[in-house]
Design a protein around this ligand. Sequence first.
Ligand code: NAP
Length: 295
Amino acid sequence: MHQISSVAFIGLGVMGYPMAGHLARAGLDIRVYNRTATKAKAWVEKFGGSHHSTPAEAAQGTDLVLVCVGNDDDVRQVTVGEHGTLSSMTEGSLLVDHTTASADLAEQLDVACRERGIGFIDAPVSGGQQGAENGVLTIMCGGDQAHYVRVEPVLGHYARAVSLMGPAGSGQLTKMVNQICIAGLVQGLAEGLHFAEQAGLDPQRVVDVISKGAAGSWQMENRHKTMIADEYEHGFAVDWMRKDLGICLEQARRLQARLPVTALVDQFYGDVQVMGGGRWDTSSLLRRLRARTDN
Ligand code: NAP
């Protein structure tokens, strides 16, 4: 089994652009595709490599294809769709999907890849734009061990932690757990800060004290300042979170897992979208509380 040297990266968005950049800096030969071609051209000007007009063309002759697009349908388009990567990938090569998508899609792609002698790994990421830019993402993988050991060193160029969680789909299921944990936590943080304000406390001083105790969290540490300042033009967009929670709630329905708080917070994010906050950071749940008197 030869070492991976030629890589295609499909989807140069907020996450994909810096992720692919880390691979170029590591000396890999990168072929990129982006639906909006100007972004692919800008990437090549900055990092070298080559840009291509279809996913199939970018994937041609590579050892590994990495995908980071929006949702299930987008992944289907760039992989199994017309001019998708699977039409040009060859036996023995590997496909890794970094998109946050459903576990069902991962299982379907695994089957489609197996039929062609291609290895598949679902590999959603956590850590946001900052994590991608600094190369310190957490990556949760699903697939065969033999494929995983081949791709793990490559993913290590933009990750601090990479783990194989089980067969295809397990990475996506793990990412769902991540999003379920975050949803309730961010609402709790928003309610805490809202309560502090209503009580006439200085919210910054409250956080200074309680963040050192059992209430501390990544969200509290990294988001309290902007929440207090009512600034949300950054971070992880509410529209993306609703996509993710939709995936979680559908999966939970089928697993008969009960997610009452997650379902409620999903509705709260729906309110934020109605307020025009689809692109605001997920911590904007506080703006919703400040804006309303009923709940
Ligand atoms: P983004 O900035 O909106 O970028 C999405 C990328 O996918 C763009 O390159 C876009 O191309 C491409 N794309 C979308 N639909 C496509 C289609 N049908 N065909 C071809 N290309 C398509 O999104 P992102 O923030 O990078 O997120 C990417 C994935 O990572 C999502 O699944 C998201 O949930 C997940 N994620 C994001 C974060 C975060 O903090 N941003 C954190 C963890 C996970 P164009 O340039 O042409 O639009």
